[in-house]
Design a protein around this ligand. Structure first.
Ligand code: DOR
Ligand code: ZN
Length: 429
């Protein structure tokens, strides 16, 4: 095979995995990072495809560890190809996809289906398998077989594992096998039919609410289970001040807990539900200002390790009825810009800190070969303009779905180009 070369020239490269934060060039050969350097184009690369990137920033492609691709079974909402095009448009080059598909990802066959289809997609896709067979919460999945097929983690995301003993067994078995356990923390008895955060807004609208304690209590449980056995747990989509405090305390005590949140939890509150628009409904729900501030602080100080999206596409028909619509919002295409706007431009975290939270650390938590531009790594690169403003138009999304709560918002920071293993998968320069 002929050698293919690309040089991304003159970008400000931010790669926390090697403490790089300076203008330079990224030399790529046959889909792999060859090396980085400062200064002029090096001899021997004259025939490479040259991407002139002066004025742009470059970083290792983003790694989104909480995405619903809906494939197999719900491909009217999204499929692996459209979901990965949305990822590419968001600068995301690796996604970890959740198993609440149809069938659910509880057999090696479904894991293989996803991996095979994703081999032709515009981002790397790492499947999560279920913790319990059929996501029924009754019997553990066959972790050895699922891992052998390529699952990187297990979760019953979309639902909690109600039985604490089963959850603890999963944590113990997975620790031994090197599989990450990710928990959707929710007590469905407390939820009791709630559809938005329980508080003044739910009361005003007269709709059943989801009390914070539904999340807080299971976050606390997972931490207790991990602490008791010395195992690891990853907490998904943290939305409450209470969960933040449990995680802060657990980390201080040395419990092996990691956590993610999503941009909507530190940018929005349940006040938006007064619009009675299901595009603001997700699970966990938008909470109150005190929660939003607690999440922001936890992102700033690292108690919440990483930013994911919980990209959850639904069809416009499904989202039409405020009260009956399923929970979930899309996020892949807006996550970076949302974080630039609400975290970096206001000075809450640095750009370097954002790349850590969107690339380096999520790759580390899920043990993925991503989040780095070190020589030999896959040439997964995002190029962005931190200053460009744009307004989110749901109709312009690459996703099949339109259910974004960022609709109409003007965000500052824009992905301009995405390179996946040396191949350009998105380019609006
Ligand atoms: O809002 C959500 N949507 N939360 C979940 O936990 C599941 C997800 C989905 O699959 O739609
Ligand atoms: Zn979830």
């Amino acid at each position: 095979m002929a050698t293919t070369q690309m040089v991304i020239q003159g970008a400000h490269i931010v790669d926390p995995s090697q403490h790089w934060d300076d203008v330079g060039n990224i030399y790529i050969e046959n889909g792999v990072v060859h090396h980085l350097s400062c200064g002029e184009l090096e001899a021997g690369w004259e025939n490479a495809q040259i991407v002139k990137a002066q004025g742009l920033y470059a970083a290792p492609g983003f790694v989104d560890i909480h995405v619903h691709l809906r494939d197999p079974g719900f491909t009217y909402k999204e499929d692996i190809f459209t979901g990965s095009r949305a990822a590419a448009a968001g600068g995301v080059t690796s996604v970890v996809c959740m198993p609440n598909t149809k069938p659910v990802v509880d057999t090696p066959e479904v894991v293989s289906y996803i991996i095979d289809k994703a081999s032709k997609a515009d981002c790397h896709v790492y499947p999560v398998a279920t913790i319990t067979k059929g996501m029924k919460g009754e019997e553990l999945s066959d972790f050895d077989a699922l891992k052998a097929a390529g699952a990187v983690a297990v979760s019953d995301d979309g639902r909690p594992v109600a039985n604490a003993r089963l959850m603890q067994q999963a944590m113990e078995l997975c620790m031994d096998k090197g599989i990450v356990v990710a928990s959707h923390c929710e007590d469905l008895n407390i939820i009791h039919g709630g559809i938005i955060h329980k508080g003044a807004v739910s009361q005003k609208l007269g709709v059943p609410g989801m009390d914070r304690s539904s999340e807080d209590s299971v976050t606390a449980r997972e931490i207790a289970l991990a602490a008791a056995t010395g195992t690891k747990i990853h907490i998904c989509h943290v939305s409450t001040k209470g969960s933040v405090e449990w995680i802060r305390d657990a980390k201080a005590r040395g419990v092996k807990v990691t956590a993610e949140t999503a941009p909507h939890y530190f940018m929005m509150t349940d006040q938006l539900l007064l619009k009675e628009d299901a595009d603001y409904r997700m699970n966990p729900p938008l909470r109150e200002e005190a929660d939003r501030m607690a999440i922001l602080e936890a992102v700033r100080d690292g108690v919440i390790d990483v930013i994911a999206t919980d990209h959850a596409p639904h069809s416009p028909e499904e989202k039409a009825d405020f009260r009956k619509a399923p929970n979930g919002i899309v996020g892949l295409e807006t996550s970076f810009a949302a974080c630039m706007t609400s975290l970096v431009h206001p000075g809450i975290i640095s750009l370097y800190g954002l790349v850590e939270r969107m690339s380096t650390l999520p790759a580390k938590i899920m043990q993925l070969p991503a989040g780095t531009l070190k020589p030999g790594a896959a040439a997964d690169v995002v190029l962005f303009d931190p200053q460009e403003s744009w307004t989110v138009d749901p109709q312009a999304l690459r996703s099949k779905a339109r259910n974004t709560p960022f609709k109409g918002m003007t965000l500052k920071g824009r992905v301009k180009m995405t390179v996946l293993s040396g191949r350009t998968v998105f380019d609006i320069r």
